[in-house]
Design a binder for this molecule. Structure first.
Ligand code: PMP
Ligand code: GLN
Length: 387
């Protein structure tokens, strides 16, 4: 293994899901729903397979039906913010958001370029920045005392920009903290990007899981459309994480750049599933609101359960994750806590420290996923209460 990757080891999600399987514990670690997405969308995949659509290499940028559906989805949800994309030149289908992140960084970074990322950050960011030869500059989201939420320190963000900064890698709604960046925060990010002539890659895979307020795509802010690569995921939006269908929307120049990298990573993927996701994106508004409302109710069940069990809960405004502080339980070390939790309580969670460069900053925080049935969440909460 080369030096760029050696630091990263096995992803925490694989490690913790294996632990859940070995111990039979309830898996609130890796973020995947325990119920598959809509039946009609699964049927659409079966039809595509059976009718011989997508069983051979689909077109490199993605099938036209899916690119059109992505563009229509952006228009439907963000058209009122002035955002729309041309399906032929401004949409690229990827093997999940994961490939979109990798291809964007591989396409846009020169060796030695600095990338600003919000810490704690999704684990593939650090590895992909490293693979692209970039160096990461974390800006730490910190709990605001007394508010039960995290915030972005805008001075720290501004201070992180140097002459070597090439791009900001943003994520809102934010995994693992559940933070949804506010209009003011996004305005500040946009102003900074324009002022310092930075690109932004923005991971908005939880765009439909905003429980309070609305999702604001960074690309809709002044001066941002031409410098922003926006990433979405069918895995997250339609609960098909195994299908690995994601997409990029960006200017023609940026889309072409990301496609240049993507063509040598996977070339294409998910043929029949692309047809099914095209249908999913056209589901009526009711699908999206029901999905969000369901997860909001689940958030409340798990947040209340964790509070009753003695955790300090950072109530998430978005995503399907809850970050907690374990210090009220007399614990300090999230790693040790998560490794012992299956034995002690029959539950698996993720230590947030893995999402930090400054590991000690993340030490007492632990993440629980709530994209699970109500019964599972209640059972997990009951077990944690007996800790
Ligand atoms: N970005 C974030 C913030 C995520 O939480 C995830 C995980 N699901 C991904 C990207 C990867 O998405 P996909 O499964 O579509 O590759
Ligand atoms: N995004 C999911 C999470 O944060 C997991 C994805 C993965 O396993 N790579 O839990």
């Amino acid at each position: 293994l080369n030096r760029r990757l050696a630091a990263f080891g096995t992803t925490i999600f694989a490690e913790m899901s294996a632990l859940a399987q070995r111990t039979g514990a309830i898996n609130l670690g890796q973020g995947f729903p325990d119920a598959d997405g809509p039946e009609e969308v699964r049927e659409a995949a079966v039809r595509a397979l059976r009718d011989g659509r997508g069983n051979q290499y689909p077109p490199g940028p993605g099938i036209p039906e899916l690119r059109t559906a992505v563009a229509a989805h952006q228009q439907r949800f963000y058209g009122h913010l002035g955002l729309s994309y041309d399906p032929d030149t401004e949409v690229l289908v990827t093997a999940g958001a994961t490939e979109a992140i990798a291809a964007s960084l591989l396409a846009l970074l020169e060796p030695g370029d600095e990338v600003i990322a919000l810490e704690p950050y999704y684990d593939s960011y650090a590895a992909c920045i490293a693979m692209a030869g970039g160096s990461r500059v974390p800006v730490t989201l910190r709990p605001s005392p007394g508010t039960g939420t995290y915030h972005l320190d805008l001075d720290e963000l501004r201070g992180a920009v140097t002459d070597r900064t090439r791009l900001i890698l943003l994520n809102t709604p934010h995994n693992p903290t559940g933070t949804v960046l506010t209009r003011d925060e996004l305005t500040a990010v946009a102003e900074l990007a324009v002022e310092r002539d930075l690109l932004v890659v923005t991971d908005e895979v939880y765009e439909h899981l905003v429980f309070e307020g609305e999702h604001l795509p960074l690309a809709s802010f002044p001066g941002m459309r031409e410098r922003t690569v926006t990433i979405g995921s069918a895995g997250k939006t339609f609960s098909f994480t195994g299908w690995k269908v994601g997409w990029v929307t960006a200017s023609p120049e940026l889309t072409a750049a990301v496609r240049s990298a993507k063509q040598f990573l996977t070339y294409v993927s998910a043929g029949p599933f692309q047809y099914a996701v095209a249908e999913a994106l056209a589901l009526p508004d009711g699908y999206f609101t029901a999905f969000r409302d369901d997860l909001r109710a689940k958030r409340d069940i798990l947040a209340n359960g964790l509070t009753d069990a003695g955790f300090q809960v950072f109530r998430p405004a978005g995503t399907y994750f809850i970050t907690t502080d374990i210090r009220p339980l007399g614990e300090q070390d999230g790693f040790a806590f998560c490794r012992a939790l299956p034995e002690r309580a029959g539950v698996v969670a993720i230590p947030n420290a893995v999402f930090y460069d400054h590991r000690n900053q993340g030490a007492p925080f632990v993440r629980f996923a709530f994209c699970k049935s109500t019964a599972t969440l209640e059972e997990a909460a009951g077990r944690l209460k007996r800790l």
